[in-house]
Design a protein around this ligand. Structure first.
Ligand code: GDP
Ligand code: MG
Length: 162
């Protein structure tokens, strides 16, 4: 079976940028405003000898009403469908209430989940990501999806145990 990787996290953290990196497409719309992807989007991807399916989601805001609740539902559904979850956070914004809410859900879920701090370009990444250890989901992976940085190490860590 080809493993399924779900990308979840708040809107605007870079999930779609990462999806496009993984699939080597521009299928996912990337925007500098939150909430563009409302439905789950599936793509196929390869890394070395590994093949995987990646699911992009709209994002969880922690303040779900109307269209936002649909997005949250999609995220929870993607987590159910996945073999491994990449929980994307924004290294520049730090831990938010929505991050804590999603972390709690992932800690209760037995599925492997990795915290991935994106947008670490042009900042002091190590000090920026330190606070994400408080999400209590293990190591925090540093990436810059827009620049392709940290992607190979992340894929190696997440795909090799599957
Ligand atoms: P999504 O809502 O989580 O899917 O986020 P998007 O992929 O649409 O990206 C949101 C914004 O963050 C866009 O303006 C991206 O260009 C920007 N972005 C994504 N990755 C990076 C990154 O590695 N570094 C920086 N500085 N910006 C990024
Ligand atoms: Mg998106």
């Amino acid at each position: 079976m080809i493993p399924v990787v779900a990308l979840v996290g708040r809107p605007n953290v870079g999930k779609s940028t990462l999806f496009n990196r993984f699939t080597r497409t521009r299928d996912a719309l990337v925007a500098n405003f939150p909430g563009l992807t409302r439905d789950r989007q599936y793509g196929s991807a390869e890394y070395g000898e590994y093949q995987f399916i990646v699911i992009d989601t709209g994002g969880i805001t922690g303040d779900e009403q109307g269209i936002d609740s649909k997005m949250a539902e999609q995220s929870l559904q993607a987590i159910e469908e996945a073999d491994v979850v990449m929980f994307i956070v924004d290294a520049r914004e730090g831990v938010t209430a929505a991050d804590q809410m999603l972390a709690e859900h992932l800690r209760r879920n037995s599925k492997p989940a990795y915290v991935v701090a994106n947008k670490t370009d042009g900042i002091d990444a190590d000090s920026a990501i330190a606070e994400f250890y408080s999400l209590a989901l293990g190591p925090v992976y540093k990436i810059a999806a827009a620049h392709g940085r940290g992607i190979n190490g992340l894929l190696q860590e997440t795909l090799s145990p599957l």
